[in-house]
Design a protein around this ligand. Sequence first.
Ligand code: ACO
Length: 401
Amino acid sequence: IDIKTLRGATGGVTTIDPGYKNTGSCESAITFLDGEKGILRYRGYSIEELAEKADFLEVVYLLIFGELPTKEQLDQFHADIKSKSVVDDDIKKILDAFPKSAHPMGVLSSLTSALTAFNPTSVNVDSEEEMYRAIVKILGKFPVLVAWTLRKKQGLPLDYGDNSLGYVENVLKMMMKKPNEEYVQNQIVVDALDKLLILHADHEQNCSTSTVRIVGSSHAGLFASISAGISALWGPLHGGANQAVLEMLEAIKEDGGDTKKYMAKAKDKSDSFRLMGFGHRVYKNFDPRAKIIKKAADEVLADLGVEDPILDIAKGLEQEALNDPYFVDRKLYPNVDFYSGIIYRAMGIPVEMFTVMFALGRLPGWIAQWREMRLRKEPIGRPRQLYIGETHREFKAIDKR
Ligand code: ACO
């Protein structure tokens, strides 16, 4: 039977694969991942080397356009991003309308969606030039939205960035600058954030990226697709895990630091509690990003002179899990987010913002995947189902039910 027959309009063969555990949705030349061996590469470059030697904006360029940029290409790209970094002042009114208690991920996703209304020419993009313009716009405006989301939460005045700074330096300053205080850049914090953003920048067809591709496949615009990706990232089984990890570590500390008690809870099938930051759909070996982050957490805390008892609890849990048959048999290792929150906390970033920081890092991956999907002219994403409901029923008038 040829593939066209299989895809016949009246049915054909449908594979049922809940969670798409074994279903490929696309061909992609962006990120290579071998979950058994613990290998992750962006466009063929190993994550270890990129985290060590590249800066975030170079990785953004690499993911989206497929090659490491020359100095001229990078300067031009950065200049284009900076020229589009102003966000319409009316966005501030939308932000104003949110309650202070709103979760930053909900705010960020709404504001990103609102960008569509203020930039209508970025919606229907077909040519590479139009795509490029939409891409530099979102890369320019997104850090402003991230910073404003935090500042709204903290009741601080909103400001635009400082375009004389690097991409990561700028977003940090926009987030952290306090009114009436001189802002002094801390290079340790800048470098640590750069590394964290690189490690989060893409991860092939994860939940949020698949969401971006499927929304984009209907030719909804880039900003709408990214907004949907932010919502998908929010959940604790995906990007929201970084917040959940820290809250879990805090709870263990408050409860006297008894890690064994929480290990037992995680293994107890009658309890829905899971060890947050452990396990991964694809990695059945150490998440290579977790190794880099664990080392970075040690260095950043030492450099900043922060002693955080939560780091010891995290290391204790990891050691116990590595020696526990439940975790060993199921190949549950720490994932990227087990240690990232500890670094964010040391940087002074509030816990509710952790997943927003993940979104800032994942933005280039979402863009690269959306662009690849559009350039390859992929068809609209539309999975099938196996219907298990009632067969045909006669309608009954309301007084007869
Ligand atoms: N704690 C305890 N048990 C776990 C955990 C955990 N963190 N993760 C998986 N398991 C167990 C499951 O109960 C299941 O056991 P069983 O076979 O006895 O029923 C087995 O391991 C397989 O788990 P699944 O849920 O089937 O694996 P899946 O691939 O669907 O889920 C996921 C992967 C969602 C990441 C899961 O491991 C999890 O919930 N982890 C905690 C949340 C987390 O850290 N998410 C971040 C992922 S990384 C990221 O998105 C950036």
